[in-house]
Design a protein around this ligand. Structure first.
Ligand SMILES: [Zn+2]
Ligand SMILES: [Zn+2]
Length: 292
């Protein structure tokens, strides 16, 4: 509150209130603010907040561990964050995804046994929701185009009747990261519900108000899409490390250099740590709109 002139009645007052949404329009009190809202609401834009600095890591990756530091605008949607992660890690956006805010205090899920698996499978075929153990996540943010991706069928275990779901193109990053109800949440981005590439999303700081998506640091060559989970990726790395590759290994390398959805013609030899930040940032500027 500060002294000055009310923008509606134009009276000079010792104390003014400010529109909480945009933080710019000033009033003598609630009456003038109410009177002004029908016109002001067209101009009232939410106050911009500083960007988020995120360290995103594929925790199961080893030697090197694959990670990127991303600057993410506060007003970005989770769908835009998904696009940015795809670009930063060199994925091909060929599978589905979700984000979850994991509750670190949640009770552990029971160990999966074959009977539980069958019961859930049958429930799934019957189209019913069957919770498997206690709720793990505060919220799940899903791909709005899930029906386009067959792997989304495998995301059934990530659903829970106590976990609300929202569509990624409708939810903003800042609003979720700021939620008081889950300030302690551990955020996770899961890409490809078949191969299950889990990414930890750690908030490491705040940047400037006008920041756009940017990748500021990173390590580790992006994983080949459809490599066959982490084991398949490790086998591909082994092929490149082999002094005398077997026929099977040669086939894998040929696949990675020519056929994988995110193929790399230069291969992996001596390039396991390779990250091209300037290419990533050029794509973050130009290619976000072409993603799906
Ligand atoms: Zn007034
Ligand atoms: Zn306003």
């Amino acid at each position: 509150m500060s002294a000055g002139k009310c923008e509606v009645c134009l009276e000079e007052k010792p104390k003014l209130v400010t529109c909480g949404r945009c933080g710019s329009r000033k009033y003598c009190g609630a009456a003038c603010q109410r009177k002004d809202w029908p016109t002001h609401k067209h101009a009232c834009q939410p106050k911009k907040q500083p960007s988020w600095i995120l360290k995103i890591t594929i925790p199961d990756s080893r030697e090197p561990q694959i990670w990127r530091t991303l600057v993410c605008p506060d007003g970005a949607t989770f769908q835009e964050l998904h696009y940015a992660i795809q670009i930063a890690f060199g994925w091909a956006a060929a599978h589905s995804y979700d984000f979850v805010a994991r509750d670190p205090t949640a009770d552990e899920r029971p160990v999966d046994d074959i009977r539980a698996l069958i019961a859930r499978r049958m429930g799934q075929d019957a189209g019913e929701q069957r919770d498997f153990g206690p709720r793990q996540n505060y919220i799940r943010i899903v791909n709005p185009n899930d029906d386009k991706h067959i792997d989304s069928l495998h995301s059934y275990d990530r659903k829970h009747s106590q976990t609300p779901e929202k569509k990624a193109d409708k939810v903003h990053v800042g609003e979720q990261f700021n939620k008081n109800e889950w300030k302690n949440a551990e955020w996770e981005y899961m890409y490809d519900h078949g191969d299950e590439w889990g990414h930890e999303v750690e908030i490491i700081g705040r940047g400037n108000v006008d920041d756009a998506f940017k990748c500021t640091d990173g390590n580790g060559h992006g994983i080949a899409e459809d490599a066959g989970s982490m084991r398949g990726w490790e086998e591909l790395k082994d092929a490149y490390r082999a002094a005398k590759p077997t026929d099977e290994q040669k086939k894998r390398m040929h696949w990675f250099e020519n056929l994988a959805k995110n193929f790399d013609p230069e291969g992996l030899k001596g390039r396991e740590s390779h990250v091209d930040l300037s290419l990533i940032n050029a794509l973050l500027k130009t290619s976000m709109d072409c993603m799906d």
